[in-house]
Design a protein around this ligand. Structure first.
Ligand SMILES: Nc1nc2c(ncn2[C@@H]2O[C@H](COP(=O)(O)OP(=O)(O)OP(=O)(O)O)[C@@H](O)[C@H]2O)c(=O)[nH]1
Length: 242
C-alpha cells in the first residue's frame, strides 16, 4: 500500500495565545525506528526545521517536542528518535529495554530503512512485529519508509520489495529522499499525526481550561514617576529625628 500524496502543506505554527478559555492541543507521540544509519535523525530534523543536515553523531535516543498545527488541528507533538546502532555490546540489554519502553510509549510509528542497505530493510519486519506485540489491541498506525532514494547507484532494495513488505504487513509505504525532498518527509509525518490524532477521536484529549488572566506588566514610566514623587516628598518632609 503506497502512501497517498498529501495535498496542502504541513503548517508548523505556534499555538495562538488566548486570555480566557483555551483548547488544549492533542498529544501525539511518535517513534522513529530503524536499524543502522538509515537517516532517522535527518528525517526528524528535516521535518521540524525544513533543513537537511548531513552530519550527525550516532544518536542515543533524543526526544523532540513541538507544538504544530495539522489541517487546523493543534497538536502537541513528541517524536522519539531511537539509536540505530549498538556500539557497546554491554549495553545491548539497555538498548532493547529502552526500545521497548519507547514502543510502549508511542502511539504512531515510522519504520525506516535505507534503500542502500538490505540489512536495514530486513529489520523492518521484526520491528513491526515487536510493535504489534507490545500493542496487541491497538490500531497504532505504522508507516514504512525507504530512505536515501537519491542514492540510486548504491541501491540494494528495490521499490517493489518495499511495496510488497508493506502490503504484507498492512502498512503504508513511501520511498523518499530526505536530502532532496522535504515535501515527502512532511507527508509521512503529517499522515502519522493525522492517524494518531484520529485515534483520540473528534474531541480527543482536547478540553477547555480556564487560565488566569495574565497580570498586567507594570508601566515603567508610571513607576519611575511615582518613585521620583516619593523621593521629592521625602526630601520636603521634616525629618523625624529633628
Ligand atoms: N544521500 C542521502 N543521505 C542521507 C539521507 N538521509 C540521511 N542521510 C545521511 O545518512 C547518514 C546517517 O543519517 P542519520 O540521520 O544520522 O541516521 P540515523 O538513522 O539517525 O542513525 P543513528 O543516529 O545511528 O540511529 C548521514 O550521513 C546523513 O547525512 C538521504 O536521504 N540521502
Amino acid at each position: 500500500m503506497r502512501l497517498p500524496s498529501m495535498s496542502g502543506h504541513f503548517l508548523l505554527s505556534p499555538i495562538p495565545e488566548s486570555s480566557s478559555d483555551v483548547l488544549l492541543p492533542k498529544d501525539v507521540k511518535l517513534a522513529v525506528l530503524g536499524a543502522g544509519r538509515v537517516g532517522k535523525s535527518a528525517m526528524i530534523v528535516r521535518f521540524l526545521t525544513k533543513r537537511f543536515i548531513g552530519d550527525y553523531e550516532p544518536n542515543t535516543g533524543k526526544l523532540y517536542s513541538r507544538l504544530v498545527s495539522v489541517e487546523g488541528d493543534q497538536l502537541s507533538l513528541q517524536i522519539q528518535d531511537t539509536p540505530g546502532e549498538m556500539q557497546v555490546p554491554d549495553s545491548l540489554t539497555q538498548v532493547v529495554e529502552a526500545l521497548s519502553k519507547c514502543v510502549q510509549w508511542a502511539e504512531g510509528f515510522l519504520l525506516v530503512y535505507s534503500i542502500t542497505d538490505y540489512e536495514s530493510y530486513q529489520s523492518i519486519r521484526p520491528l513491526y512485529q515487536h510493535i504489534r506485540k507490545v500493542h496487541p489491541d491497538s490500531k497504532a498506525p505504522v508507516v514504512i519508509v525507504g530512505n536515501k532514494g537519491d542514492l540510486l547507484h548504491a541501491r540494494q532494495v528495490q521499490t517493489d520489495d518495499g511495496i510488497q513488505l508493506a502490503d504484507e504487513l498492512g502498512s503504508l509505504f513511501l520511498e523518499i529522499s530526505t536530502s532532496e525532498n522535504y515535501e515527502d518527509v512532511c507527508d509521512v509525518f503529517q499522515h502519522l499525526c493525522k492517524e494518531v490524532s484520529k485515534l483520540h477521536g473528534p474531541g480527543g484529549e482536547r478540553r477547555r481550561v480556564s487560565i488566569m488572566p495574565r497580570p498586567r506588566s507594570p508601566n515603567m514610566q508610571d513607576l519611575k514617576r511615582r518613585f521620583k514623587q516619593a523621593l521629592s516628598y521625602k526630601a520636603k518632609a521634616p525629618s523625624a529625628l529633628g
